[in-house]
Design a protein. Structure first.
Length: 536
């Protein structure tokens, strides 16, 4: 046990301790939500190397329930969360930690629907076994208190029926889902799934940033073949990791929906014209790499409460027949400097991304006194929000620089498809019904109708998109102007387009991509359960 490093596993080390040259049967790029269960599984029969660009969750005790927001918006160089702003003007984040997004997310655990599993072409019994394998280590039944109970009862009152109780399954109606937070509020992550690994056959290096995948030409197959990677440690020293001399060995890219298409491009696999414009030698012209980038839009209403509320992340969810998901969180108070902090994050990320910040946090003179006072006080209350399955709208990812530490440019084209906008409006109507329900009434100020809550949201620094006067009266415009992310972006290496049904990169030997970048749509209400299952 490396006690001096505060690690949980003997096989997890800083990349600065790695030898200059390494040789393994499998090289997994990214020890995230998918990479950890994947590597643990592979280690049962082979020697596995995991290269993770971030640090260890076991060295930071403040990744618990109560520090969720703080960790998610942390812009320090050692943060587990790397901020980026999409070209849509929406602030987003990507994980950089052993355990990936499970280290910084809201912790909700819900399986994909049986329809999704069937359409993905997965073996249903194997999927079931793999979910259960994950759940034994990292999933718990939440302790549902007043706010979440009111949301649950409000959903039932709003007609989101039946009530399915506590279940991991994706069922129409209202349910309580699983959580990766235990009863003490401690976070359990995909890194815990490394407990399944054979410690004799796995090595995990932290702060190991892969710069490129190496290829040679396979004369027999007449195509490129991956045979190694180049990575840099925290001191800037380069290392080489190579596949051992066995033709069945592979490199597996599990760097996430941003990192995986970015790494393929940096390694010479992607749209030839784009790669050449960045001076990257083209290994394979693959025009669909970076395409199909989609993000489930999030739209919210903030509900100040006259009563104290518990700190809770997503526990209750309403799943409609038409594919809307209604969720809520509570107890994360907004201090008087909240707007200034968000302004600082926007400016910090905008400067990094060479994007101009157009945000103003000053409320307009026409804002009601109650709204002006709310933005300057600590708020007690919570959020009720909606997202929906899919979405249909999608965009693309492109390189800005050839530095793997830099964020690429991403656009999701929220609400480009009219069906997505229709679904948002449908979801917001249910949110309003929940907030107006009798079950939710004790958490409402009587002099604060929903219209005031809508006005409040329009004067908070939510994103960098222009705001329109009509957004106060049109749910369509409200959806467009106040759209946020729920961090469920996917695509870029989509199944059937960039990878085949076995997740092998089409046109390349010894290289697979296995993570959320392969999804055609986000699975279930929240994807982490399915990403961990997929790794297994």
């Amino acid at each position: 046990m490396m006690c001096h490093a505060g690690e949980k596993y003997t096989f997890v080390r800083e990349a600065t301790s790695a030898p200059p040259i390494l040789s393994y049967d499998y090289i997994v790029i990214g020890g995230g939500t998918c990479g950890c269960p994947l590597a643990a599984t592979l280690s049962q029969g082979a020697r596995v190397l995991v290269l993770e660009r971030g640090g260890s969750p076991y060295t930071n005790k403040k990744i618990d329930l109560y520090n969720y927001v703080k960790n998610l918006v942390d812009i320090s160089p050692t943060s587990f969360s790397q901020q980026f702003i999409s070209k849509d003007g929406v602030l987003n984040a990507r994980a950089r930690a052993l355990g990936g997004g499970s280290v910084v997310n809201a912790g909700f655990y819900s399986r994909a629907s049986s329809k999704y599993i069937m359409e993905a072409g997965w073996n249903e019994s194997l999927v079931e076994e793999s979910y259960e394998w994950v759940e034994k280590k990292v999933v718990f039944e939440p302790n549902v208190l007043q706010w979440q109970s009111a949301v649950r009862d409000g959903l039932l009152e709003a007609g989101v029926l039946p009530y399915n109780g506590f279940t991991y399954d994706n069922l129409h109606g209202t349910k309580i889902g699983g959580t990766i937070f235990d009863t003490e509020g401690n976070r359990h992550t995909a890194a815990d799934l490394l407990e399944y690994a054979d410690p004799r056959r796995i090595s995990v290096y932290l702060h190991a940033t892969v710069h490129k995948i190496l290829f040679k030409y396979n004369i027999e197959k007449r195509r490129p073949q991956a045979y190694g990677v180049i990575f840099k440690d925290a001191f800037g020293v380069m290392h080489g990791a190579y596949l051992s001399a066995n033709g069945k060995n592979e490199i597996i890219l599990s760097a996430g929906a941003i990192g995986s298409p970015q790494m393929l491009m940096l390694s010479g696999i992607g749209p030839a014209n784009h790669l050449e414009a960045h001076g990257i030698k083209v290994v394979l012209d693959h025009p669909l790499v970076g395409q199909g980038m989609a993000d489930n839009p999030l739209n919210v209403l903030l509900v100040p409460s006259p009563l104290p509320v518990e700190v809770s992340l997503i526990q209750t969810v309403g799943i409609t027949e038409s594919g809307n998901f209604i969720e809520a969180c509570s107890g994360f108070n907004l201090g008087h400097s909240w707007a200034e902090r968000l302004q600082g994050i926007f400016e910090f990320v905008s400067n990094q991304s060479v994007q101009a910040s157009t945000l103003s946090t000053k409320p307009k003179d026409s804002v009601a006194d109650i709204i002006r006072s709310l933005t300057n006080l600590t708020l007690n209350g919570g959020l009720v929000f909606e997202k929906f399955e899919g979405p249909r709208s999608s965009g693309n990812l492109e390189l800005i620089t050839t530095n793997p530490n830099d964020n690429p440019s991403v656009i999701f084209n929220y609400f480009q498809d009219p069906e997505d906008l229709r679904k948002c409006v449908e979801g917001m109507k249910i949110v309003i019904d929940v907030i107006n329900s009798k079950a939710f009434s004790k958490f409402r100020y009587p002099n604060m109708p929903v219209q005031v809550l809508i006005d409040l949201m329009l004067h908070l620094p939510l994103n960098l998109r222009p705001k329109h006067v009509t957004a106060a009266f049109s749910l369509e415009q409200y959806c467009i102007d106040t759209v946020l992310t729920i961090y469920h972006y996917h695509g870029g290496c989509q199944s059937g387009k960039v990878v085949d049904h076995n997740y092998k990169v089409i046109g390349v030997e010894a290289l697979r991509v296995i993570d959320g970048s392969t999804f055609l749509a986000s699975p279930g209400t929240n994807p982490q359960a399915t990403v961990m299952m997929l790794g297994r």
